[in-house]
Design a protein around this ligand. Structure first.
Ligand code: CAA
Ligand code: NAD
Length: 297
């Protein structure tokens, strides 16, 4: 079951990175967005990132300038942007990376089930929802996995490959092989809330926000504590901004509704407030911190 052509639905924070790593691995990729503006933004980010990585390859002596530029052009040439889901019909794998809303994701997979070729594999990049519910909505649960990438996809080495009780063995193996082909370390997970990473990481982010609310320490000091005390590349509050406050809130709302008695799942009031104010973190330019592009101001 070779994957040569990949479709990615959603070209936001995560989707653009998934498009890029698949194209870098030599696959043809169709990137589908809901609106032209979002598509242009996603493709623009890919171009910037591909060029940055090409410059780094030259800097490190891994390629000549000519080779690096040719590779970058070839990567970009394999990407086809579209607003029409019908363009996904002949993809071997379709990865969904749209907003973290289960009803919206289920509606999308019901539509994809009606238009993708029979052998296609479906995957969701959901952070928190039960994969089986989207699998059932697609009408092809045996051909469905979770492929959970990490932000920024271009740099983070992990992909969680989530199998439900209905996933075919050969589909799981093909999804795992795809993860390896795009340069990631795949780990196998059952269809549990948050899989491995988010089950550990999101409660940690919640604890940091509750600490901030209680006034135990400032945001800067909480972040510095984890950065310099534990060697984390960024502290938990910067990380929450980096992930997106809307996405973090959606993850928690889904969990609190499904598992009301799990104390690790709670929604800090400051998170709700920031989202209500439209402060979504890095993607909107402000969250708990102010951002200039991809960097904290
Ligand atoms: N493409 C290409 N290059 C990129 C890039 C991208 N998308 N993003 C960053 N870079 C480059 C930067 O330009 C920079 O290059 P130079 O060295 O030439 O300046 C280099 O990578 C390092 O970046 P920064 O200087 O901005 O900062 P950094 O050293 O802190 O590294 C980081 C950035 C790799 C993101 C690091 O901070 C990190 O690992 N942070 C933690 C990220 C993390 O935990 N992610 C998981 C989030 S949870 C999740 O994803 C799951 C979920 O469902 C919510
Ligand atoms: P985002 O808001 O940056 O991007 C979502 C994109 O999907 C937007 O550009 C939007 O226009 C598009 N979209 C929405 N509905 C669509 C539809 N019906 N058809 C086509 N495009 C549509 O969000 P994100 O952070 O990239 O998150 C995407 C998914 O990845 C979510 O399920 C999220 O939980 C998951 N995820 C996020 C992170 C993270 O750190 N942000 C990490 C891992 C997984």
């Amino acid at each position: 079951m070779e994957i040569k052509k990949v479709g990615v639905v959603g070209c936001g924070l995560m989707g653009h990175g998934i498009v890029q790593v698949a194209a870098q691995a030599g696959m043809d990729v169709v990137a589908v967005e809901a609106e032209q503006g979002f598509l242009d933004k996603g493709l623009g980010r890919i171009e910037k990132s591909v060029k940055k990585l090409a410059a780094k390859a030259v800097e490190k002596g891994k390629a000549t300038e000519e080779q690096a530029n040719a590779n970058a052009a070839a990567t970009l040439g394999r990407i086809h942007g579209s607003l029409d889901k019908a363009d996904l019909a002949d993809c071997d794998l379709i990865v969904e990376a749209i907003v973290e809303d289960l009803d919206v994701k289920k509606a999308l997979f019901a539509e994809l089930g009606g238009l993708a070729k029979p052998g296609a594999i479906f995957a969701s990049n959901t952070s928190s929802f039960p994969v089986i519910e989207m699998a059932e909505a697609s009408g092809r649960p045996e051909r469905f996995v979770g492929l959970h990438f990490f932000n920024p996809v271009q740099l983070m080495r992990l992909v969680e490959v989530v199998r439900t009780e209905k996933t075919d063995d050969e589909v799981f193996a093909a999804a795992r092989a795809f993860g390896e082909a795009v340069g990631k370390k795949p780990v196998a997970c059952k269809d549990t809330p948050g899989f491995v990473v988010n089950r550990l990481l999101v409660p940690y982010m919640v604890q940091s926000l509750q600490m901030l609310e209680r006034g135990d320490a400032t945001a800067d000091d909480i972040d510095a504590a984890m950065q310099f005390g534990c060697g984390y590349p960024m502290g938990p509050i910067t990380l929450t901004d980096y992930v997106g406050l809307d996405t973090t809130l959606s993850i928690l709302e889904g969990w609190v509704e499904r598992y009301p008695n799990e104390p690790a799942f709670a929604i800090p009031e400051c998170l709700r407030q920031k989202v209500a104010e439209g402060k979504l973190g890095r993607k909107s330019g402000e969250g708990f911190y102010k951002w200039e592009g991809d960097k904290r101001a």
